[in-house]
Design a protein. Structure first.
Lengths: 272, 384
């Protein structure tokens, strides 16, 4: 069983900017109670991409930092994010600091001028994407589930789009489902559903819809048992992906008997 | 037309109106408020009322859950640096007061002394600091504070100030210097009490202080911390006004973080007895009710609480606390050890929690929380 599963997954890598990943779950590192909890989560989830808020880590002394100390750049891609930046220029500066500190030139672009709901600023995000791409960065922008913005970013050359499912940290699931569907339908680059995924079923739902990957943070960081929750998210992400590839049947609102209205036509007693 | 300010809102929410809502509050209203995602001021009043006391455990559990959702199991750590204990205002509850009659030494740190203090705190691992002074704009002018911020930025990721209220242009200067936050307690929103406890000095100007945080926000300060000095006046009124103020600041300064602090007035000079002592149970009710009202706001726990109380309050909605604090200028190095022949340097208040930074860190970890040293605002990366 395990083998069959792995065969399917091995032949189906996630490809972002030409780079292959086996895992389709990205992990955010905020809010974990300890370095140990983070380490367990990373291992159990099988993640290969980990986002790190530059404002929360000490790039000068990574060995002392409770987040950086558990990340091995040989095993995972450390994806610095620009959380806290409020303008395109600030995001560019932050990304450059990360690159200068030796991280790969990949950046998760987060521009959240309002500190309470941390919703992304579409105008500054578009500007920043352009600046960062010109500067040689591989850009993964966090956006509102806005299909037009997603297309404009794709045209600029971003590596993915990362639309939000619901407000960050809210655990409310795919409240923006209808718009994410459109983004997935229209996108030529990977769509990573970010923010709001509070349960494994939410991750599965996103993957069943055809999302290429999911990013999870709060639901993992806040778990009672970090290891179990990370496994649950890994399995649900894989399940959702396999279901998408297997081709799900359409949903129906009522039970459907095979032919309730026209059955009489084929009933031998009724032949006239 | 009069310019719009928070005082317009404050005038609408008179103490009579708030008392009337408290009178109408019953158990049903408390339960209703406990169930809601977004609370109105009436809901907050229900949770602050005596009728909510039997539901304190429920409130605490919800507060814990909401705080975890928004902040995770983390506690940000900072330390205060007192730049000066000179003061030109006479506030009856404060040891720094100009007419306190206290003869301990009054000092303002020189640049060299400030650098020594910064180095001493750096060695303890502190990355976030709060610079404080008394209320003496003529003796400790804005230029001095501006320079202090620039010096402190050489040593720390995040520098905030808690000084006297000032004009918008002064806040703009300090924002340019790299000041991330401004902490300014109204002390009490009750005008009569305010007048009674602030005997003289610039701080006596109630309206100028009331609008100060809004001026700071307009000037580009990105973290605004408000609070009342619990004990000065009836907290069931003051906390409602504080909540209104915080909500007002969020709307007017939508790019700024509005955070709250809950300092309990405990030790006071002999001429003043705390008139409205707030019990620990009441403090828990205040913090948890406010967490339900403002799920996403950082809450700071004052240095004034004991180690035991601070440990208990960690999971109830607190997101930042000080560690290894001294409330006297030079308290980390310059005037740390005072010889018997030396007159000691005056401290603002006695600290109950005498633990070192390491001890606070291990207490936070014991509670299952991760101490956060850096959470700077990248808006100031120019000075990184």
């Amino acid at each position: 069983m395990e083998e069959i599963n792995n065969t399917y997954l091995d032949n189906d890598p996630l490809i972002i900017a030409g780079r292959k990943f086996k895992s389709r779950i990205l992990i955010g590192t905020g809010k974990f109670p300890s370095a140990e909890a983070l380490r367990k989560t990373i291992e159990a989830s099988g993640t290969e991409i980990i986002t790190v808020a530059l404002r929360r880590v000490d790039l000068k002394k990574p060995e002392n930092d409770s987040i950086l100390s558990v990340l091995n750049p040989k095993e995972v891609l450390i994806l610095p994010n620009t959380s806290g930046a409020r303008t395109a220029e600030e995001a560019l500066k932050l990304a450059r600091i990360a690159r200068a500190a030796g991280l790969e030139p990949w950046v998760k672009l987060e521009l959240t001028p309002e500190p309470r709901y941390l919703l992304p600023d579409p105008i500054e995000t578009l500007k920043a994407a352009e600046l960062l791409i010109k500067d040689g960065f591989t850009v993964l922008p966090y956006i509102q589930a806005d299909p037009i913005l997603a297309k404009k970013l794709e045209e600029l050359g971003t590596a993915t789009v990362m639309p939000l499912g619901s407000p960050i940290g809210s655990n409310k699931g795919l409240k923006t489902k209808e718009f994410i569907k459109i983004i997935i339908e229209q996108s030529n680059i990977p769509v990573v559903v970010d923010a709001g995924l509070g349960a494994p079923s939410h991750a599965a739902e996103a993957m069943e819809m055809g999302a290429d990957a999911v990013l999870v943070n709060t639901a993992l960081a806040d778990a009672q048992d970090h290891e179990k929750m990370a496994i649950a998210f890994r399995l649900s992400t894989e399940a959702g992906r396999l279901a998408f590839r297997a081709g799900l049947g359409p949903q129906r609102n009522t039970a459907e008997a095979s032919s309730p209205l026209t059955g009489f036509l084929f009933n031998s007693n009724n032949k006239s | 037309m009069e310019p719009f300010s928070f005082s317009n809102i404050l005038n609408k929410w008179s103490s009579e109106l708030i008392q009337e809502i408290y009178q109408r509050t019953d158990e049903d209203k408390v339960l209703h408020a406990l169930d809601k995602d977004t609370l109105s001021i009436e809901d907050l009043i229900a949770l602050l009322s005596p009728k909510a006391q039997p539901f304190l455990e429920k409130m605490a559990q919800k507060a814990n859950r909401l705080t975890r959702w928004h902040f995770g199991r983390t506690i940000s750590l900072y330390a205060p640096i007192y730049l000066s204990n000179l003061c030109a205002s006479d506030c009856v509850y404060c040891y720094f007061a100009s007419h306190s009659g206290i003869r301990e030494k009054r000092v303002t740190l020189t640049e060299e002394q400030l650098r020594s203090e910064c180095i001493a705190l750096n060695e303890k691992g502190i990355q976030t600091i709060l610079l404080l002074t008394g209320d003496a704009p003529k003796i400790v002018p804005v230029d001095y504070i501006s320079q202090a911020v620039r010096i402190a930025k050489e040593y720390f990721k995040s520098v905030s100030i808690e000084v006297y209220s000032m004009d918008e242009e002064h806040y703009a200067q300090l924002a340019k210097d790299g000041t991330e936050g401004v902490t300014l307690y109204m002390e009490t929103y009750d005008k009569d009490t305010y007048d009674k406890v602030h005997l003289s000095g610039k701080k006596k100007d109630y309206l100028y202080r009331l609008d100060a945080l809004e001026r700071a926000g307009r000037a580009g300060i990105r973290r605004l911390t408000c609070g009342v000095l619990l004990g000065l006046s009836d907290w069931r009124l003051d906390i409602v006004w504080l909540a209104l103020h915080a909500k007002y600041l969020e709307k007017m300064c939508w790019q700024s973080v509005v955070s709250l602090s809950f300092p309990r007035l405990k030790h006071t000079p002999s001429r003043f007895k705390v008139p409205h002592i707030v019990s620990l149970q009441e403090l828990v009710q205040i913090i948890t009710a406010m967490r339900l009202f403002m799920p996403y706001s950082p809450f700071n726990l004052s240095t004034r609480e004991s180690a035991e109380v601070r440990n208990h309050l960690i999971p109830l909605g607190i997101t930042s606390m000080s560690a290894g604090s001294s409330t006297r200028p030079g308290g980390y190095k310059v005037y740390q050890g005072t010889t018997p022949t030396q007159r000691p340097v005056l401290e603002q208040f006695e600290i109950d929690d005498q633990r070192t930074v390491e001890e606070v860190v291990s207490a936070i970890k014991d509670k299952g929380y991760d101490p956060v040293w850096i959470d700077f605002d990248p808006g100031f990366i120019k000075s990184l």
